[in-house]
Design a protein around this ligand. Structure first.
Ligand code: UT7
Length: 381
């Protein structure tokens, strides 16, 4: 039996911080309203040159440094995201290229704010079956690119960022112990982000079938999502504990998807738990969707909130509707990664980009050489 242990973690938050006061110049809102209803004070917003893939890469590079794993040894990369730059190439493939992870399979996973919990389960099961020995699981979002900045009901809620973990297989019991994943597509309209299908089909009888939305921006029924969230947080935690044959008292920390402090407070009351049992950083990050749990995990570790042998629960909920929870045994003491060590390791990523450019050039040269002379079909020569 193989167990998937978290052996590395990393996060990346863009430099630019946008406060509630700044938003009050954009839409009719106030710091007081936002903080009272959500607990959010500020969020990070990606710079124009940053993409979901570059955010994901930064988080993954940091996680690999903590795990002391060379990118060439990585076997699987999963990026949970709702804001990929492209449907293909996937964000995970771009990260694979930036890392120079030449032996890794890579794909994106779409389960909105529950994406990280889903991706963790896919990766840990791949490790448990022996299909791969390790995996990098990333949650990364540029929510700022899919927000209607004139809609005060949504633009105050979200932020950008990325978090990553490295999972490694071991015969030592621990790591990811149990996971529950659930969905209910009948609630899909409560929280949605349409994809862009804007090419009309110029063929009779194959009319452009669009879904009624004209922009790819987040649309949300806040009250309904609120109700859904408070119910499923409590039920997922109870389900995953039952699967793992544990009790709430055995759990040191719960790291929920960071959407709204009030949602977490209500869930805590339902479970008769003190709010301190939940790690919260939404005040500084806003809702970073699939990135929120791994970002919060990194901060919890930095703040010493997790010690070896602690049991920890990740719980996610969001669009789809989707929800789920993972129960893990935390079994690592954070290694000291010095600044110099970290910077030195980054040289390998500069080299990876160089190799990637060379491969592209090589493909172009090969294609040019293989191209037949003008007007000649290959079988005519
Ligand atoms: O990852 C999961 C993603 N989504 C969520 O977790 C969201 C879940 N829902 C929520 O967190 C809450 O529903 C919100 C924070 C989005 C809204 O809080 P609420 O207490 O449910 O407010 P509401 O939507 O019922 O709106 C109350 C009032 C409305 O005004 P009227 O109609 O009563 O005059 C809104 O127009 O607040 C108004 N409002 C605002 N006022 C100032 C809505 N947004 C704002 C705003 N600033 N930003």
């Amino acid at each position: 039996m193989r167990y998937a242990h978290i052996v590395g973690w990393g996060r990346y938050l863009p430099e630019r911080v946008v406060t509630n006061d700044e938003l009050s110049h954009l839409v009719d809102t106030t710091d007081e309203w936002i903080h009272q209803r959500t607990g959010i004070r500020s969020r990070h917003i990606a710079a124009p040159h940053e993409t979901t893939a570059t955010l994901a890469f930064e988080a993954a590079a940091r996680a690999l440094a903590v795990a002391d794993l060379h990118p060439s040894q990585v076997e699987l990369i999963i990026v949970a995201t709702s804001t990929p730059g492209h449907m293909f190439p996937s964000t995970a493939c771009l990260v694979q290229d930036y890392l120079g992870a030449g032996r890794a399979g890579a794909f994106d996973l779409s389960a909105a704010c529950s994406g990280f919990v889903y991706a963790l389960q896919m990766a840990s099961q791949s490790i448990a079956t022996g299909a791969v020995r390790n995996a990098v699981v990333i949650g990364a979002e540029t929510m700022s690119r899919v927000i209607d900045w004139s809609d005060r009901g949504t633009c105050v809620l979200f932020g950008d960022g990325a978090g990553a973990v490295v999972l490694k297989g071991s015969s030592v019991p621990g790591g990811v112990l149990s996971t529950t994943l659930r969905s209910d597509g009948s609630g899909g309209d409560l929280l949605s982000l349409p994809a862009l299908y804007h090419n009309p089909v110029p063929i009779a009888g194959a009319e452009f079938a669009h879904n009624g939305h004209h922009k790819n921006i987040v649309d949300m029924d806040g009250r309904q999502v609120y109700r859904f969230a408070t119910n499923v947080i409590a039920s997922s935690i109870q389900d995953v504990l039952k699967m793992g044959e544990m009790a709430l008292e055995d759990v040191a920390l719960i790291i929920p998807h960071q959407a709204n402090v009030r949602i977490i407070e209500t869930a805590a009351k339902k479970l008769k738990l003190p709010l301190e049992k939940f790690y919260l950083n939404v005040e500084r990050t806003g809702n970073t969707s699939a990135a929120s749990i791994p970002i919060a995990l990194c901060e919890a570790v930095e703040e010493g909130r997790l010690k070896p042998d602690d049991n920890v629960i990740f719980v996610g909920f969001g669009g789809g509707l989707t929800w789920g929870a993972s129960l893990l045994k935390w079994d690592v003491t954070p290694p000291q990664v010095s600044f110099i060590d970290h910077e030195w390791k980054r040289v390998r990523y500069v080299m990876a980009r160089g190799r990637s450019r060379l491969r592209r050039l090589q493909r172009r040269v090969e294609a040019a050489v293989a191209r037949p002379p003008n007007g000649h079909k290959p079988d005519e020569s």
